[in-house]
Design a protein around this ligand. Sequence first.
Ligand SMILES: Cc1cc2nc3c(=O)[nH]c(=O)nc-3n(C[C@H](O)[C@H](O)[C@H](O)COP(=O)(O)OP(=O)(O)OC[C@H]3O[C@@H](n4cnc5c(N)ncnc54)[C@H](O)[C@@H]3O)c2cc1C
Length: 402
Amino acid sequence: MADFALNDDQLQIQKWVHDFADQVIRPAAHEWDEREEFPHPIVQQAAEIGLYGWEFLMNAMSDTSGLTLPVAIEELFWGDAGIGMAIMGSALAAAGISGNGTPEQVMEWVPQCYGDAKKVQLGAFCVSEPDAGSDVSSLRTRAIYDEATDEWVLNGTKAWITNGGIADVHVVVAAVEPELKGRGQASFIVPPGTKGLSMGQKYKKHGIRASHTSEVVLDDCRIPGRCLLGGKEKLDAKLARARERGHSGEKQPAMSTFEATRPSVGAQALGIARAAYEFALDYSKERKTFGKPIVMHQAIAFKLANMATEIDASRLLIWRAAWMARNGGFKNGEGSMSKYKASEVAVRVTEDAIQILGGYGYTREYPVERWHRDAKIHTIFEGTSEIQQLVIARAISGLRIE
Ligand SMILES: Cc1cc2nc3c(=O)[nH]c(=O)nc-3n(C[C@H](O)[C@H](O)[C@H](O)COP(=O)(O)OP(=O)(O)OC[C@H]3O[C@@H](n4cnc5c(N)ncnc54)[C@H](O)[C@@H]3O)c2cc1C
């Protein structure tokens, strides 16, 4: 049975992350948003206290209730989403390795996505391409096996990659047999310093501007055979089954990673929404019009009531999904429901917060316009809202809705 009362450990972690978000991240948020650069000094501080690190991630992921990670992420993103993404970006690579690699590969490569406080390292998960975002079955990046040298040769261009080109470890999803679409794909580790991997254009973004997003270009990029996640034997067997039956019944490597991380992405959006709601509530008690605080105007009070209700509804969906992910898995697209709801709520709540602050809300003097810009990415990355609806519709109907 799900129990949503946080235990002492979870309450302690919640406070620990909140204090870091409050004392270190928030004061730095505006500066790094304006600079549009990866906030190395802040990630360094997070590594020094153990918040940026594979041990923290693994501990949080091993919690049987599933709640530790979303609780921590909500606080982190309450601090700031751009810096939050800089701290969480490597987790997607780690999830890609954990979801597809052998135990030995997980132990070898996940720590390298983080490094340690003496030498902070980064990971990147490279799936999307200029012509394949939602439609991950159409990847053009090719992986060809060179039997003579026991190497894989990667060629292609990845688009919109968080930590792309600045990461130490790149996890790349590529087509081994393109005619098998998603079933013919595999995930590969590109180790630090590998020739043939370079950064393409760095994107200038609407929000989460402290998070680095770039193209990754793979040009005859040769990696050792052991860098195929899951190993060659497993891949050969999967491809053989897919060739025989037209499909293997196994999930695409990218999709299984995204499915597992959806409640966490919902928690990111939730943190932003809560930040904006709390700010707007405080402001509404201070700002006076027509002789009274604006919260005393029912139009504003009802807006705040709706914001609070929607935020709590999002959190319940996220916690349910996080619990289900650890206790039997999703049945009716609950992971997608949590990400879909929380991200749409974050966009609406941050917009309402701007409205409550009026003209001040529209300026960069106050953080609510940044929160609104930051919220929007959550309806786009790791599966757009439309793709989440598709996943839910397929799960509840049992039909292959297109
Ligand atoms: C800041 C940022 C960071 C990112 N980080 C990463 C990363 O680290 N790694 C990575 O691999 N990718 C990353 N992405 C890519 C992201 O996951 C994709 O942008 C996203 O999946 C959408 O793909 P697309 O941009 O190609 O849009 P498209 O797939 O072209 O979609 C365009 C529109 O059509 C809709 N649509 C598409 N197909 C359907 C359908 N079947 N039914 C209904 N509507 C549909 C979409 O919902 C959307 O509204 C990142 C993107 C951004 C902006």
